[in-house]
Design a binder for this molecule. Structure first.
Ligand code: DON
Length: 618
């Protein structure tokens, strides 16, 4: 996907959720832009962007997401990773600890005696870390840092020289820290070199999209979700996310873990990056800062995202191989209702516009997102989306809200959703409350997946072949089993058999009964059902006019293997085994024709079932 394609996705529930968040917090005018680095004071406090990037490269964004700003302290965990790669953990741990200081970012939080900075997220620890970046010359070390940060962003990054100069000119406190570290031999050389690299790394120019992709790269084990390039060793990702979790927002970290629950890092340029390991990265940019140096809107947005989308990392979804157990279209797999040739052709032609997802496991933001995306990305070609919930163990409030938003998004485009086997009480319990009243008609609940598929088929047939609805055979001659039979043969068949009419609910054939008659269904619908060991019944297929059941009477005899129940008023022409025996003798040509037609329709069924299995295996 090109960057422009990666841009926001129309009508996506997630996109609309972010737009709602942006509207909600855009009005927030608390906080002030940083001024202690004079160049930063030029920032516009109304700048505001939110981006969410998934580990497989989908980007949802709203607001000022391409507005450049400097990365500042968000560079610290990334440079910590470089130091771990270049010097190894043991060496790095000798220079900087991993304990939260509980103090401000620029506090001189050094261990008594050793002078070791408590963690790499405070300035003291970050300066020590910068001194550990590999490279023979300052230029090499800068290239090392720029190269790595560009790999995290997935594009070449550069330095905002004006900010660099401004910080270098006013960085007295950091310089003091640098000299203290030199005093404790944490820095082994003149601190200016480490300070210069530190000021440079803080002055790297990024935007909000870069921030989310940096987060998604960490969430993706160190590999950039779009470029596929590795930005940092896999082994370093754990330590990086650990110090981001315990120290990332300084003396606000306890509150942050409690209220947001994602490893994060803030910077005085107005950025906050948050990471949901294995799932996504969040980038928020808004230069107005609180007293701790964290973006005011950034903190609020991350808290709302976590609360409303259920992103707290201590509440992960229970492991499931994939939320989508099976995915296919109605052109690949249809309901168990047997279709005549015409209907089958219509459904083959239009079935691809119906997507079916058999879901499983816990539905949460991250596990549901790929499904939402697939439905939205299907675009105008989509007619229906069927979501089956039989194996769904849980759906949290965020997932339920997003499903309601999906119905809304689809209804705007005249598309419909079908939810099948929403088995558990409480599953989707708040769905109705979340659903916009005007969308109620855009979702149908069906007790069985099979009935959900049939619901879509019926709607497609009504749309594309209304004349085919409720087919009936005015006579035996129109029944496909009799195709090719002469008028005389038809008369003989008529005489040899008898008509029966059944009301809905009548069991026409019962499992275990002798297979002693062949039924040609002339009008109405019947279903083949079996009783389940755990109680209840399962529909194996539904037949309509022009179809045949009880073939065993013609072939093998024996006992019936299932019940046949009338679903609507129906009429059958019934040929007993005795009558068939007589016809075999008197009109062997006719019997051959019947068997040929039976073979053809059985073959169509076998072809259909093979395609179904292939669709499930896919
Ligand atoms: O060293 C400084 O003060 C800045 N370059 C970085 C501080 C910063 O981003 C703190 N974060 N919230």
């Amino acid at each position: 996907m090109t960057p422009s394609e990666l841009c926001s996705v129309p009508a996506s529930p997630i996109q609309r959720f972010l737009e709602g968040l942006h509207r909600r917090f855009a009005a927030l005018d608390q906080g002030r832009v940083a001024t202690y680095i004079p160049e930063l004071a030029r920032a516009d406090p109304s700048w505001f962007g939110i981006v969410v990037a998934t580990v497989d490269g989908r980007v949802y964004e709203v607001g000022d997401t391409c507005q450049p700003f400097t990365i500042q302290s968000i560079s610290k965990p990334l440079v910590y990773g470089i130091a771990l790669e270049d010097r190894g953990a043991e060496r790095v741990r000798r220079a900087v600890g991993v304990e939260p200081s509980g103090e401000a970012f620029n506090s001189i939080s050094l261990e008594p005696g050793s002078g070791r900075p408590l963690n790499p997220m405070i300035n003291a620890g970050a300066i020590a870390t910068s001194s550990l970046v590999g490279g023979a010359t300052p230029a090499d070390r800068l290239a090392r840092v720029l190269g790595a940060l560009s790999a995290y962003a997935g594009r070449p990054l550069d330095i905002d020289e004006a900010v660099f100069e401004s910080e270098r000119a006013t960085g007295h406190r950091n310089r003091a820290i640098g000299h203290l570290l030199r005093n404790y031999d944490i820095l082994s050389d003149d601190p200016e070199a480490a300070l210069d690299l530190y000021f440079k790394q803080c002055s790297v120019r990024i935007d909000c999209r870069d921030l989310a992709l940096i987060g998604a790269t960490l969430a993706n084990g160190g590999i950039h979700p779009v470029s596929g390039e590795r930005a940092v060793d896999a082994e370093a990702v754990g330590p990086i996310l650990s110090v981001m979790t315990t120290c990332g927002v300084y003396d606000f970290t306890g509150e942050w873990v409690y209220r947001v629950g994602m490893p994060a890092k803030s910077g005085v340029g107005g950025g906050i990056v948050a990471v949901l390991p294995g799932q996504l990265g969040v980038g928020v940019f808004s230069p107005a800062l609180d007293d701790r140096g964290n973006s005011v809107r950034g903190v609020q947005v991350c808290e709302a995202l976590s609360r409303e989308l259920g992103l707290h990392f201590l509440r992960p979804p229970r492991a499931a191989s994939s939320t989508v157990r099976a995915r296919y279209t109605l052109a690949e797999m249809r309901s168990k209702r047997r279709r005549g040739a015409h209907e089958a052709r219509v459904l083959d032609a239009h079935g691809a516009g119906t997507l079916v997802f058999e879901l499983q496991g816990d539905l949460r933001f991250a596990t549901l997102e790929p499904v939402l995306r697939a439905v939205v990305d299907a675009g105008p070609a989509l007619d229906f989306a069927v979501l089956d919930f039989k194996r769904v163990t849980q759906a949290d409030a965020a997932a339920t809200r997003l499903l309601a938003a999906l119905v809304d998004a689809c209804s705007v485009r005249g598309q419909q959703l079908v939810f099948t086997r929403v088995r558990r009480d409480g599953l989707l319990s708040s769905f109705a409350a979340e659903l916009e009243p005007r969308c109620a008609g855009a979702v149908s609940f069906q007790p069985q997946l099979d009935l959900g598929l049939e619901w879509c088929e019926r709607a497609l047939l009504a749309r594309h072949a209304p004349a085919l609805e409720r087919p009936a055979c005015p006579g035996l001659a129109e029944h496909p089993l009799c195709f090719g039979a002469s008028a005389e043969d038809i008369a003989a068949l008529e005489a040899a058999g008898e008509r029966r009419h059944d009301e809905p609910g009548t069991t026409i054939v019962r499992r275990g009964d002798p297979a002693n008659a062949l039924y040609l269904l002339l009008s109405g619908e019947v279903s083949v059902v079996i009783a389940l060991a755990q109680g209840g019944q399962r529909r194996l297929s539904t037949l309509s006019a022009g179809m045949t059941f009880g073939e065993a009477a013609l072939l093998a005899g024996g006992k019936r293997s299932a019940d046949i129940r009338a679903d609507t008023p129906c009429e059958c022409h019934v040929l007993s085994v005795a009558a068939l025996g007589r016809l075999e003798v008197e009109r062997s040509g006719l019997m051959l024709q019947l068997l040929r037609n039976l073979l053809r329709s059985s073959n169509e069924t076998v072809v259909r079932l093979t395609a179904d299995v292939a669709a499930l295996e896919a």
